[in-house]
Design a protein around this ligand. Structure first.
Ligand code: 5GP
Ligand code: MN
Length: 335
């Protein structure tokens, strides 16, 4: 958490005459959108008028969230997003650790902005910003936003909108309150959020009972050919661009696919390789169990990073070569 001196300084910044911008990482997920909108609704309760900016569009299954459709998508509204960041007095950096994670457009804008920059995030190795609240043990940035509100002494301002957004962020980033860093504190906060108006059945149904037919077709394809190597410890899934096109891929369709690899008895790592639709690179998702550190692995070999048990990366060879290189590197890992 921020020190008490920092909290006092941040309080002084959160006044109506200051322009506040909240930014997430590229390809925003449930926690990025949940934490940003949760913080936005909280600041509105304090009489501020913050603007949430995301680098690119986000999945449809998150658009039910209160004010999701008021988010500025920089890809579509360059001028508005650029000017807001340029003119901001305060920028909140939520759910990412370094400017470049917000992409080639927004990243450099953040670096050039004159605003006071406040980071709240749970990824490893945060860059230096004016104020940094970084904790890799917390399962969701949305939980950290709640801790931040507590530190400001303003829990009484948490209303239904804030509760719904933070609940969604925690639910999605913990895989439904299942992942390892889900703690008693997480559950206490979730209980508070339910008391303040978050409806678990509604949120779960709006967020997760939202399969598209294309998603199920893509899932059927990859499950039908899932491969297991390294004595059953490593699962491999992949999708090619032509397959994505043929089955009518829509944004968000492949979210969570990588987790199926870890559901096989005995696997410790799952890797999902996908050809980018437009550019010549392979987007990779890694998931692991327990002590197996895919963050380090991805940093070392696949131009990426993330958390110990959930990381991503990019690779600039063909998908076949990428998977071959992956197998070779994995065989050499000790676990
Ligand atoms: P996902 O597999 O869901 O895309 O990403 C899993 C985690 O790894 C996320 O927390 C994300 O922040 C991180 N991550 C994904 N791709 C990259 C990347 O290219 N570089 C870094 N540093 N982290 C990534
Ligand atoms: Mn997160």
């Amino acid at each position: 958490m921020f020190t008490s001196a920092e909290i006092i300084a941040i309080k002084d910044l959160l006044v109506p005459q200051n322009k506040i911008v909240i930014i997430t990482h590229y390809n925003p997920d449930g926690d990025a959108i949940g934490s940003s909108l949760g913080l936005k609704h909280f600041l509105q309760q304090k009489g501020l008028q913050p603007e949430v900016i995301v680098p690119n569009d986000f999945p449809k299954f998150l658009k039910w969230m209160p004010d999701a459709r008021k988010i500025t998508i920089a890809d579509y509204k360059r001028k508005q997003a650029g000017e807001a960041i340029y003119n901001a007095d305060v920028i909140f950096i939520l759910d990412f650790n370094a400017s470049h994670r917000s992409g080639n457009l927004v990243g450099p804008w953040i670096e050039k902005a004159r605003a006071t920059k406040i980071l709240i995030d749970h990824h490893q190795q945060p860059d230096a910003f004016d104020y940094v609240y970084s904790d890799v043990r917390i399962p969701a940035t949305s939980q950290m936003v709640y801790h931040f509100i507590q530190a400001l002494g303003e829990e009484s301002l948490v209303n239904k909108n804030i509760a719904e957004c933070l609940y969604t962020g925690i639910m999605t980033d913990t895989g439904g309150f299942r992942f390892r860093s889900t703690s008693a504190t997480t559950h206490r906060i979730v209980a508070d959020l339910i008391e303040k108006g978050a409806d678990p059945a509604m949120i779960t149904s709006n967020t997760w009972d939202t399969n598209t037919v294309s998603r199920l077709h893509l899932l059927a394809l990859i499950l039908g050919r899932i491969e297991v190597v390294k004595d059953g410890k490593v699962a491999i899934l992949w999708l090619k661009r032509d397959e994505l096109k043929e089955l009518g891929f829509q944004k968000g369709d492949t979210e969570g696919f990588v987790n199926y690899g870890l559901s096989i008895m005995g696997t410790q790592v799952s890797a999902f390789f996908m050809e980018d639709l437009y550019e010549d690179f392979i987007k990779i998702s890694f998931r692991s169990k327990d002590e197996v550190d895919v963050n380090q692995f991805s940093r070392k070999y696949f131009n990426g990073g993330g958390h110990i048990n959930a990381a991503g990366g990019k690779y600039f060879k063909s998908i076949e070569e990428t998977i071959e290189d992956f197998k070779e590197k994995m065989e050499a890992e000790e676990f």
